[in-house]
Design a protein around this ligand. Sequence first.
Ligand code: GLY
Length: 587
Amino acid sequence: MKKYYIFASLLLGISSLSHAQQPVRESKGFYQFLTDDPNQKPFYSDRQGVMAQQGMVASAHPESSRVGTAILKKGGNAVDAAVAVQFALAVVHPSAGNIGGGGFMVFRAADGKSYTLDFREKAPLKGSKDMYLDAQGNVIPRLSTLGHLASGVPGSVAGMAAAHARFGKLPWADLLQPAIDLAQKGVIQTDREARGLNAIKESTQQVNPGTTYFLRSDGRAWQEGDTLVQKDLAKVLRAIQKKGREGFYAGRVARQLAKEMKKNKGIISKKDLKEYQAKWREPIIGDYKNYKIITMPPTSSGGVALMQLLRLTEPYPLTRWGWNTDSTAQVMIEAERRVYADRAKFLGDPDFVDVPVDKLISYDYLKERWQDFSFDQATDSKAVSGGNLPGYESLETTHFSIVDKDRNAVAITTTLNGGYGSKVIVKGGGFFMNNEMDDFSVKAGVPNMFGLIGNKANEIAPSKRMLSSMTPTIVEKDGQLYMVVGTPGGSTIITAVYQTILNVLEHGMTMQQSVNALKFHHQWLPDKTVFETGAFTENTINKLQNRGYILEQQRNTMGRMDCILVLPNGTLEGASDPRGDDTSVGY
Ligand code: GLY
């Protein structure tokens, strides 16, 4: 047990994931209140999946799931429900649900065709490569995570408008109404939401001095059962209801947002807002055994990384070895080490850099990458830089899954980046802005808030999208819809999705058992495997340590999955993560 550290982590363990020798940017946030105690007990849940025949919505909050299911019952399709859920989450789950952030959608239509929509934020036109560095070229602490300069140009409203214009069935106005009602009449706070609001009181005052947004009128701390009313947000949602994307990117709301920025040394302008467009991209579609994986291409790294991980693992008998045994874990950890090194070197906005997606996920390339793997000894991360490709010149988020009666399926992961984003609350609008600029590599080799390292491919440029780890994914079996999957969790998103898929495909778990299951994570640098308490037996820990693996234990912080599985008889199993308020609602 010599290298086995019991470890107090902050913010999803993120501070722990930061490279020890590197300066670490902002690592405090919403989940600070979840600071582990050293006597932590393993997190176990025997939550059962929710079964339904017609439709299912799995999301981070019971209200947003109810809203989505009501839209399905009204005759809306999965895209209609997704639009309603996205706006409802902006009201009921303000740490991550958003109109001031961005995200990605994977959509598989009932006819089997697949589509992906990139509504990731962009760097403002005035953004520049060195905007977070001082005169000596050092990273200025917190500039890319807290306050007005940390925000990218939001994409969520444009994304929802684009999705609805192409695939929606119900009138747009009907999809906004539930969110407007929730904002106007108020949302009953869960214990988790109440604690989240209390935890950010200081930072929201620091960024928005004197603001009364998200404070109780009597000054007391929020408690479970309190009602949060958001009248200004309701007005913004009404403008979006009336004018579509123009209700956000033009007119009063755009003026409010641009004014908020200008007054506080932010750089997002009315021009940035006017020019923002969501973008349809070709999905990554690849085989894993007799399954088809449909996932998000860059600007997210998630899909490339997930395909690489699955293909590196494919030759090994994980089912026979068993769940989280030393051999299974070793192969998965070594795959993760190589994949995150590639992420740092090759991945960035494909509109700005040539991302060699096909090569990175090709079997030939992956075979080459695996050559130095040995069961005897852990590979040294220092020896694993990004691979060589011939001819090539680098928690808080939320996910929801929806399946409708025709078996259209939507997976959306959306984010403000850190919990409550930059903590900027737009005056007059009452909504949080993202701090997504931190997902750029603000300086080559310096880790971001998730400890992720980047390079030239992900450096800042005007109107460029920052690299993401979000991995909304849909799995087909025998040509039919099988699984819809995704999670928040910063850099751990990719590995949590990977494990959740393998748990079902290789280890025979139900969707809910797979979501409940304890998880682990390696991201190349820092060179250590972080695992949820109880994810490995003592025997496995000893075996891995004897082969040179450094292991660190943390509490139940990996994944906040919201997934749906189609069972052989057509029943839908909704599986929402017991680690949060996540809830599946079906009918
Ligand atoms: N902001 C987290 C991500 O996009 O990966």
